[in-house]
Write a protein that binds this ligand. Structure first.
Ligand code: TRP
Ligand code: ZN
Length: 871
């Protein structure tokens, strides 16, 4: 076996997978009582403990940030001398084999700005306990392998908190003479405390019903503030679709009487799968034609699906420890991706997922935070909810799905769900189920769980016309990552096909790489065929395959795999862009440009049926994906070259684009059907291209569309096109947009983001002043993401040569350190790849990292990111 040099910095905050030990105690039952007051909440936790073996070890519970009011052991008050309270633990030296512990704590939810534990959002109470928020509510064994049955009672003022929710099924309720009321909930399924949730507040709901495959009716409710109640229908429809899909594809049925979803405005992530009580960032619930874009609608469908699918992949079967996070997240992302693919266009979904993986996950895998999908250590678990755990984790599941086939995969998941129901398990347990159910050996495949870094596969082809023989020579390698210098060859499935010169498919199969170098022969060929390689992006790798521009053109015209077809345009574009960027000349190779233009012209002439794919094919590669392939990165240079190509293409294709725009603008009635969405997608992509010509005629097209649109997709696309061009009257439409939408916080997020992404150095000043805007709040994660997060993606303004963009980001990270370190830490990750940049960018970023690192009381979240980046 390979000896990896695991040499993380020695410090007491690092947690290691190798140190995992089973818990010393179990907690079979917990009864929680919440007295929710306007400034303080009192929590009584009654817990049934038992030693898990005949040991004499102390009881050590996690707990922080609250005030301990009292402690009872088997009903007897404990004296201060009977236990030891430290900043993060409660320690009782000697306890009986089984006992009851009653802990009373006092919390101040209205002061909780971290949005972890019990907090308030728009005045309503809610919780977020994953990963380690439950310890901010009471003393507990806050780890996912302690599963307990919960009974929860909530008492609050009847007027301000008419709705009182927790996990499971409602069991009783009543009123008190002091104007308060109470509700009691019981969850029969033992669960980890990270899945605990409560919601209390003044909310309205929409209700529906789902009849399960065994004819059980489930009450479905979506809760939100009264003024948003009209915006819940799409989420409800998505929920019903998810429930039906999971029954059909995985045989998984829902297991409680009710399924509640609550939308809150202040939320660190997308949503949370708490058993029977999902809590959602309102961005992933609320939508109507006027306020939500097609992307928003699709986001809602996928996140509703994701959280619903966790009911089995996460809740019924959970993780033994947080190193196993991808067990639930990778698998659940794979499930939601397939759900969305089945609901809409499979090819477009795949293209977008791959774009996301390549522009974010590949970057992570190439930087100081690179980790395998099953990490070996972490300092702050919140920092490991990463694109690697989620998206690369999903790719690894997808490869297993491909290796054993859909039916075999289902056999594997059936075994997994039945064998481990009600348990906390490991990724290894999942892989073993796949092996057992399919009688396959996945030993080498397991490296995908333990090796970090993006594998690189170089391919050479040779054709012998005399023998009609094509040989493909493949060579794999994987770059070193922090703590892992040596890498072993991995099992890499490479789906491929051969096309003849007329574009007819000759052969299709999957090449399974298992060695560092391997050759594959294809015989009986009359002419040299065109190879379509890595179809459907069958493995999360970087493929290096020099194909002629003619081959790429043939694939663009004839490949029947949506992904490789789209990819051929991307490669043709990169063949033009990268030399101009890296040779620092800015000048385009004329032949190379003409080839891209010819291919796009042909594409527009033979318009593919799928308009959404056509739209994707018209877009140049993402700036971050281009940048990733430059060494060192000069961000301004990347933007200069990309802008130049975009502008030239728009001018050269102008007539065809205009007619495409017109053809796709005829629909009168708004519809969310796939065809209608694809039309909007194509039309708006084309509009974005047209305005880059800076012609008054096209500005007018966009401003008319902005004014006349009957939906947010079209309105926002026109708004974006104008803001991101040289349109002279930007301030006017910015003011107009605000005037119309000033009371809709989710739409204002778009307004902030669009201004933050205007490609001008001067945007720095607007970001400064927008931070002072009355509609902005640094306490609201969505606002931070839309203004600051979007700003970091603005190459022109963020990567200013004078470093002022970086300094602004550092200022904000420092502010967030004491308000919401989870959000601060996400932003700090923007600097992760500073070493990949050219000067002065690199040094300027380093200066800011050092500045952040030097502040007092740096949170564990931000410090882990910054120290690893500087190492
Ligand atoms: N488990 C959640 C999901 O579905 C992730 C999540 C939601 C989360 N909120 C969080 C993780 C807060 C950490 C902190 O993916
Ligand atoms: Zn998840």
């Amino acid at each position: 076996m390979l000896e990896n040099d695991q040499s993380p910095a020695i410090d007491d905050t690092t947690v290691y997978l190798k140190d995992y030990a089973e818990p010393d105690f179990s907690i079979a039952k917990i009864a929680l009582d919440f007295q929710l007051g306007s400034n303080t909440t009192v929590v009584t936790a009654d817990m049934e403990f038992a030693k898990t073996s005949g040991h004499q070890r102390a009881l050590v519970l996690d707990g922080e940030t609250f005030k301990l009011l009292s402690l009872k052991l088997d009903g007897v008050d404990m004296q201060a001398s009977d236990y030891l309270v430290s900043e993060k633990t409660l320690r009782i030296e000697q306890v009986p084999d089984t006992f009851k512990l009653t802990v009373v704590t006092e919390l101040q939810p209205h002061l909780n700005t971290q949005l972890s534990g019990l907090y308030q959002s728009s005045g309503n109470f809610c919780t977020q306990c994953e990963a380690e928020g439950f310890r901010r509510i009471t003393y507990f064994l806050d780890r996912p392998d302690v599963l307990s049955e919960y009974e929860v009672s909530l008492t609050a003022d009847k007027k301000t908190c008419p709705v009182l929710l927790s996990n499971g099924n409602p069991v009783a309720c009543g009123s008190n003479s002091d104007g308060t009321h109470w509700h009691r909930w019981h969850d029969p399924h033992p669960k980890a405390c990270y899945l605990f949730a409560l919601v209390a507040g003044d909310l309205e709901k929409i209700s529906d019903e789902f009849i399960t495959m065994s004819d059980k009716p489930i009450a479905l409710n979506i809760y939100t503030q009264a003024y948003n109640i009209e915006k819940c229908d799409h989420a409800m429809q998505s929920l019903k679709n998810s429930m039906a899909w999971d029954q059909q594809v995985y045989g998984c049925e829902y297991d409680l009487d009710v399924y509640n979803v609550v939308a809150v405005d202040d939320f660190n992530m997308g949503a949370m799968e708490n058993k029977g009580l999902n809590i959602f960032n309102s961005k992933y619930v609320l939508a109507n034609q006027q306020t939500a874009t097609d992307t928003d609608y699709q986001g809602i469908e996928s996140v509703i699906g994701h959280e619903y699918f966790h009911n089995w992949s996460g809740n019924r079967v959970t993780c033994r420890d947080w190193f196993q996070l991808s067990l639930k997240e990778g698998f659940t992302v794979f499930r939601d991706q397939e759900f969305s693919a089945d609901m809409g266009s499979r090819a477009v979904k795949r293209i977008r997922d791959v774009q996301m993986l390549r522009s974010h996950q590949f970057k992570e895998d190439a930087g100081p935070m690179a980790h395998p999908i099953r990490p070996e250590s972490y300092q702050e678990i919140n920092n490991f909810y990463t694109v690697t755990i989620y998206e690369k984790g999903a790719e690894v599941i997808r490869m297993m799905h491909a290796l054993v086939g859909a039916e075999g995969f289902r056999k594997g998941t059936d075994l997994y769900f039945s064998r481990y129901d009600g348990q906390a398990v490991t990724t290894e347990d999942f892989v073993q189920c796949m092996e057992k159910a399919n009688d396959v050996d996945l030993s080498q495949f397991r490296l995908w769980y333990s090796q970090a870094g993006t594998p690189e596969v170089k391919v050479e082809q040779e054709f012998d016309p005399n023998r009609g023989l094509l040989t493909l020579r493949l060579q794999q390698s994987c770059p070193a990552t922090p703590g892992q210098t040596e890498k072993l060859p991995m099992q890499i499935p490479i789906a491929m096909a051969l096309f003849d010169q007329q574009g007819a498919k000759l052969e299709e199969r999957t090449l399974l790489m298992t060695q560092a170098t391997q050759s594959f022969d294809f015989e009986d060929l009359v002419n040299r065929p065109t190879v379509s390689l890595l179809r459907n992006f069958s493995a999360p790798i970087k493929l290096f395959f020099d194909q002629s521009d003619d081959d790429l053109a043939l694939l663009i015209a004839h490949d029947d795999n949506g992904f490789t077809r789209w990819e051929a345009v991307q490669r043709l574009s990169l063949n033009l862009l990268l030399p101009a960027i890296t040779e620092q000349t800015n000048s385009l190779d004329e032949q190379s440009y003409q080839r891209l233009l010819t291919a796009l012209t042909a594409l527009l002439d033979n318009e593919p049926e799928d308009k959404a794919i056509l739209a994707e094919m018209l877009k140049l590669p993402n700036t971050s994906y281009i940048a990733e392939q430059c060494s060192p990165i000069d961000p301004q240079q990347v933007a200069d070259v990309k802008d130049q190509v975009a502008r030239r293409l728009a001018n050269d294709l102008e007539e065809k684009l205009i007619s495409l725009y017109t053809q796709n603008s005829v629909r009168l009635n708004f519809s969310l059907e796939a065809q209608a969405m694809s039309e909007r997608m194509l039309k708006n992509t084309v509009l974005g291209m047209l305005v880059t010509t800076e012609k008054a005629q096209h500005y007018e097209l966009a401003s008319n569309q902005y004014r006349d649109a009957n939906n947010m997709t079209d309105r926002l696309a026109a708004f974006a096109a104008l803001l991101h061009s040289d349109y002279p009257d930007k301030q006017e439409i910015i003011a107009d947009f605000y005037g119309v939408w000033q009371n809709d916080t989710l739409v204002l997020d778009k307004w902030f983001a669009m201004q933050a992404t205007i490609p001008e150095v001067a945007v720095l000043a607007s970001v400064h002043s927008l931070m002072e805007h009355k509609s902005f709040s640094i306490h609201n994660p969505n606002k931070v993401r839309s203004l600051i997060g979007a700003f970091t993606a603005n190459t022109r303004a963020f990567h200013r040569v004078d470093g002022a963009g970086y300094a602004l980001l550092a200022d904000i990270i420092i502010q967030l350190n004491s308000i919401n370190p989870q959000i601060g830490s996400r932003l700090a990750g923007t600097f992760n790849n500073w070493k990949a940049y050219a000067e002065p960018y690199s040094s300027n970023m380093k200066t800011q990292l050092q500045r952040i690192n030097s502040i007092d009381d740096l949170s564990k979240d931000i410090s882990e990111i910054v120290t690893k980046a500087l190492a």
